[in-house]
Write a protein that binds this ligand. Sequence first.
Ligand SMILES: [Fe+2]
Ligand SMILES: [Fe+2]
Length: 262
Amino acid sequence: MGPQAAQTAKITSEMTLSERADAIEEHMMHELDKIITKSVFANMTDGHVDMEGGAALQKKYPGKYFNMGPDPRLPPMPEKPTLLDYFKNRFSSTNHLLQSGALAVKNGHSEKVVLACLLHDIAVVGFIRCDHGYWGAQMIAPYVDEEVSEAIRMHQALRFFPDESMGYKYPDMYLKYFGPDYKPEPYIVEEYKRARDSKYYETSRLICVNDIYAFDPNAKVNLDQFEDVIGRNFRQPKEGLGWDNSPSAHMWRTIMWPTRFL
Ligand SMILES: [Fe+2]
Ligand SMILES: [Fe+2]
């Protein structure tokens, strides 16, 4: 045990589970070359609004600088990352997206619809659940046809409203997840009304129709099969996704280096 590790809190059997988790995390931090910090948002998702200050943290980890680059605990990203690199190294549980994309191919939809299905929940799997349609649409807007990003934004609201004429009923899963009394918030209802009048309504509705959670949980769809569709319909920046100064480049950088100090 090095001198750094000796400073960490001792893990004892009297500690609560969360105290132990904190102590293990602190121990791990001492092993790293850089000080890794958590954003307020990450703490909020753990149920508390706070942030450790820079000076206090540096005192806790003497002789170290704050992380201003990649997080050594995460899979490394190439110098000029592509959308596929994010799929492979930053998105978790991509099976749902791949299966939705594959179903859109099977149903004979256009490449734009296939891409919209393939990317519809990238915010959920790589960034933030809450308002995932809006976040996801913003992330990809600079790189895809407006039809794709608008459809992704609107699918969040359309998911709650049936359209039998297009073969979409209110999902049983939502009854199970949110209960029979759940009513979408007014802003979602308003978004739904706007979506009905949008020229991209049909594409957005097709995301819902192909948005399948349980058609085969064990089916493995290979990302490779979408390489051509992505190549033709996603304008990959030559600088790398995140380094290209687009209006959403900062979002990709944040996903790439989520614990950068500033
Ligand atoms: Fe979704
Ligand atoms: Fe989905």
